[in-house]
Write a protein that binds this ligand. Structure first.
Ligand code: HEC
Ligand code: HEC
Length: 176
C-alpha cells in the first residue's frame, strides 16, 4: 500500500484526476485490473496498457493483488463534483437513458443509478475524477494497445462523441 499511496493516496483517494480513486471500489474489479495490466502468457501486450501500472503490477503476486485490493476496497471514497453546469443535463441523459439511436445502453443499467456499480461485475464509478473517466472512455474506444479488457465498454465508448464522453464523465464525478 505504501508504494501505491504516492499516486492513489494512503486512503485510496487520489489528489487529482491523473490517478484514479481506488477507495470503495469493488475488490474483484481491482484484482482484475491489476491482472490486466500484466502481459499474460501467449499475449503480445497487456489487455490494459499503461506503462506505470505495468511496472507496479509486475511486482505483485496474486496474493498481494488480493490483499491490496481488499485494503483499498475497505476505504471510504470522498465524493466528487461536476464542474460543467452546461453539460450536466446531457451527461445525465446519457447516464440514465443511453443514446437510443446509436444503440448506446444506459450506463445506469450496469453501473447502477447512483454509480455504485454491482459488486464483482460492474465497477463503482461515482465520485471518480472526470479527467480519469474521460481517459478511460477514450482508451476503451481505441481498444487494442490501450484498454481492451471489456467488449461491451469498447462498443459503448466507440459510439460516443468527444463531447458526450466529457459530459457523462463530468456527470459521473458528481454522482452520489
Ligand atoms: C506513479 C504513480 C502510480 C503508482 C505508484 C501506482 N499507480 Fe495505480 N495507477 C496509476 C495510473 C496513472 C493509473 C491509470 C492507468 C490507466 O490510465 O489505465 C492507475 C490505475 C490503477 C488501477 C485501475 C483503477 C481503475 O479504476 O480501473 C488500479 C487497480 C491501481 N492503479 C492499483 C495500484 C496499486 C495496487 C498500486 C501499488 C502497488 C499502484 N496502483 C501504484 C498510477 C500509479
Ligand atoms: C453492459 C454493461 C455496461 C454498460 C451498459 C456500461 N458499462 Fe461501463 N463498464 C462495464 C464493465 C464490465 C466495466 C469494467 C471492465 C473491466 O473489467 O475493465 C466498465 C468500466 C467502465 C469504466 C472504467 C472504470 C474505471 O475505474 O476505470 C468507465 C469510466 C465506464 N465503464 C463508464 C461507462 C459509461 C459512461 C457508460 C454509459 C455510456 C457505461 N460505462 C456503460 C460495463 C458496462
Amino acid at each position: 500500500m505504501q508504494v501505491c499511496a504516492s499516486c492513489h493516496g494512503a486512503d485510496g483517494n487520489s489528489a487529482g484526476g491523473a490517478y484514479p480513486k481506488l477507495a470503495g471500489q469493488h475488490p474483484e474489479y481491482l484484482v482484475k485490473q491489476l491482472r490486466d495490466f500484466k502481459t499474460q502468457a501467449g499475449a503480445k501486450q497487456p489487455a490494459r496498457n499503461n506503462a506505470i501500472m505495468a511496472g507496479m503490477a509486475a511486482a505483485l503476486s496474486d496474493q498481494d493483488m488480493i490483499n491490496v485490493a481488499a485494503y483499498f476496497a475497505a476505504q471510504t471514497p470522498k465524493p466528487g463534483y461536476a464542474h460543467n453546469k452546461s453539460t450536466v443535463a446531457l451527461g445525465q441523459q446519457i447516464y440514465r437513458g443511453g443514446v437510443a439511436d446509436r444503440g448506446v445502453p444506459a450506463c445506469a443499467s450496469c453501473h447502477g443509478p447512483t454509480g455504485q456499480g454491482i459488486p464483482s461485475q460492474f465497477p463503482h464509478l461515482s465520485g471518480q475524477w472526470a479527467e480519469y473517466s474521460v481517459a478511460q472512455l477514450n482508451a476503451f474506444a481505441q481498444g487494442p494497445g490501450a484498454r481492451n479488457n471489456n467488449e461491451a465498454m469498447h462498443t459503448i465508448a466507440s459510439r460516443l462523441s468527444d463531447n458526450e464522453i466529457k459530459a457523462v464523465a463530468d456527470y459521473i464525478a458528481g454522482l452520489r
